[in-house]
Design a binder for this molecule. Structure first.
Ligand code: GLA
Length: 416
């Protein structure tokens, strides 16, 4: 039975169809059109692969090398059943350890014990669920876990990925010694292009070679720091480090402060909310790193908070940044959004609850009334007017220790 479609959903579908048509015409493999219409404009560039930060799931943070096709199929099922796919988590990515060897001809071999059906069949299954599929490699001869890397095999690997139907490849930097990162990753990009399938390229050289200065146009996301851990201090320093490179991010190219730890057990509920809020404020790729087959209600309430996800996925594509650092544990982050509103996160790094104040002028809101909504409480907080004259007219929020209050503020005149 046909079901009703919301106007937003309908326009999203139309947009997707148009994109597909544009892509098929400009660079789809095996296109069959015989002669271009005389007046048709010539498409000169491929469509932007990551107009908003990629979202999905990656095996590494929870499962490490313990990956197999049963886990991937179950995770694909879970991504649909839990609503993760519907919330925007599209890419299902196997990190290190899927590969064991190469054939004498150099073709990469997936572990036959753990992936007996092979990668093509697994990709087909993942695609049948409406998801996109990703793998992991390394610029060097061996990955960080000692598996075969891509060195000397960029072209043959890219061809295999295209043949299997891979949509996303994370490429690490272990065992690369003195190699030139911009040159190597550009060669990898060119190999992907030559293979003829649009594949998101996720650079993972941990910020060693200042990727924020060169990686845009090479890949769609680039790590800015070393690995995240499932602990609060890790979130704190990664956020501070990633904040320094906000200028480099934008549609098609994103700073990657590493994958999410939400739901892995090493942090409190408030700390995970802060972790997730900061990543969305920073327009970070949102790659869940927990077991999606067994999520608690608390974990779901974080990963599936669509109002917070919308901040990350906003089409303006600006990476938010710290606008106030109070020096005693309080910070305010702000991200401007496409409809003229502002996402604002009040973070408390201290040990006790902290009342924080802000003036409109400090968060780029023009003087006058503005509508305020709390994105974690899912509650409207009414219309506030900051005249900047009296203490009482400043907005106050109470932030728990290691917690966050995240607001969206629509100045009068911004789209509702
Ligand atoms: C590096 C990367 C991690 C992960 C592991 C896999 O440490 O930074 O994200 O991919 O390798 O071995």
């Amino acid at each position: 039975m046909p079901t009703a479609m919301s106007p937003e959903r309908a326009s999203a579908v139309i947009f997707t169809v148009l994109l597909t048509i544009v892509f098929a015409v400009s660079c789809g493999p095996g296109q069959t059109a015989k002669e271009p219409a005389p007046a048709a404009p010539v498409a000169t560039s491929a469509p932007v692969l990551a107009p908003v930060p990629p979202m999905g799931f990656n095996t590494w943070n929870k499962f490490g090398c313990n990956v197999d096709e049963v886990l991937i199929r179950q995770t694909a099922d879970a991504m649909v059943e839990t609503g993760m796919l519907e919330a925007g988590y599209t890419y299902l990515v196997i990190d290190d350890c899927w590969q064991v060897d190469r054939t004498p001809q150099g073709r990469i071999i997936a572990d036959p014990k753990r992936f007996p059906g092979g990668m093509k069949a697994l990709a087909d299954y993942v695609h049948s669920k409406g998801l996109l599929f990703g793998l992991y490699s390394d610029i060097g001869p061996k990955t960080c876990a000692g598996r075969p890397g891509a060195a000397g095999h960029f072209d043959i690997d890219a061809a295999a990925y295209a043949e299997w139907g891979i949509d996303y490849i994370k490429v690490d930097w272990c065992n690369c010694d003195d190699l030139n990162a911009p040159a190597e990753y550009a060669r990898f990009r060119d190999a992907l292009r030559a293979a003829g399938r649009p594949i998101v390229l996720s650079l993972c050289e941990w910020g060693r070679n200042d990727p924020w200065t060169w990686a845009k146009g090479v890949g769609q996301l680039w790590r800015t720091t070393s690995d995240i851990g499932d602990e609060w201090q890790s979130v704190v320093w990664i956020a501070a480090a990633n904040n320094l490179h906000a200028d480099a991010a934008g549609p098609g190219g994103w700073n990657d402060p590493d994958m999410l730890e939400v739901g892995n057990g090493g942090m409190t509920f408030d700390e995970y909310k802060t972790h997730f809020s900061l990543w969305t404020l920073m327009a970070a790729p949102l790659m869940a790193g927990n077991d999606l087959r067994a999520m608690t209600a608390e974990t779901k309430s974080i990963l599936l908070n669509k109002e917070v996800i919308a901040v990350d996925q906003d089409t303006l594509g600006v990476q938010g940044r710290i606008v106030i650092d109070r020096g005693y544990g309080g910070q305010v982050w702000m991200k401007p959004l496409a409809d003229g509103s502002r996402a604002v996160a009040f973070v408390n790094y201290g040990q006790r609850e902290l009342a924080q104040y802000v003036r409109w002028s400090q968060i780029g809101v023009p003087p006058g009334p503005a509508r305020v909504r709390d994105l974690w409480a899912h509650a409207d907080m009414g219309v506030h007017t900051d005249l900047g004259k009296t203490f009482d007219e400043r907005l106050e929020v109470k932030v728990p220790s290691h917690g966050v209050v995240m607001l969206r503020i629509w100045p009068d005149g911004a789209a509702k």
